[in-house]
Ligand binder design. Structure first.
Ligand code: IMP
Ligand code: MG
Length: 184
């Protein structure tokens, strides 16, 4: 597998566990919004794989859109600054919106996005995050649907990247990189 040296990597969450959990989250959403439409908004690029699997397990009238933000400029560290790089294609007014994120880390990205989206008057606004690292939180944001709560480790795979690489891995891996790691 084309991923860091063996001593620098280990599987944290296997593909079968992800599949099972994604189905459970989707069923919960299906129950919570019974008889209604849900509009999923994926935060590019990390959430694209989670969103694709999630939406196919939701048994409701659905629609999807994407928004792209930059928060992590390079490597592993957050710059703390959030910018919209690609906005939504359509209005979310009066829709049941579920913002879909790959991972909730410091909360800076989500805190910013929730503020922006709330101003657009959705009917409801919830958050689904595949992974949650609560110990890293700077802003007090919570996801309504969480796949897995995890310790403070840097992970890649299933959409998550390290400098744009490894998004295609089917499992979620921990990368043990030197603290001063720069772009590979
Ligand atoms: P936050 O604004 O600090 O919550 O960061 C959220 C974003 O940072 C996520 O959408 C990811 O793109 C990125 N991120 C945070 N932790 C990790 C990680 O462990 N691996 C890969 N990307 C991460
Ligand atoms: Mg992301």
């Amino acid at each position: 597998m084309p991923i860091a040296r063996p001593e620098e990597r280990e599987i944290l969450i296997r593909r079968a566990a992800i599949e099972k959990r994604v189905r459970e989250v989707a069923h919960r959403i299906t129950r919570d919004f019974k008889g209604q439409r849900v509009h999923l908004i994926g935060v590019l690029k990390g959430a694209c794989i989670f969103l694709s699997d999630l939406v196919r397990e939701i048994d409701l009238d659905t629609s999807i859109d994407f928004i792209a933000v930059s928060s992590y400029g390079r490597g592993k560290e957050s710059s703390g600054q959030v910018r919209v790089l690609k906005d939504l294609d359509s209005s979310i007014a009066d829709l049941n919106v579920i913002l879909v994120e790959d991972i909730l880390d410091t909360g800076l990205t989500l805190n910013y996005l929730l503020r922006v989206l709330r101003q657009r008057r959705p009917k409801t606004l919830r958050v689904a995050a595949l992974l949650d690292k609560p110990s890293r939180r700077i802003k007090p944001v919570k996801a309504d649907y969480v796949g897995f709560t995890m310790p403070n480790k840097f992970v890649v795979g299933y959409g998550l990247d390290y400098s744009e690489r490894y998004r295609n891995l089917k499992d979620v891996w921990v990368l043990h990189l030197p603290a001063d790691a720069k772009e590979p």
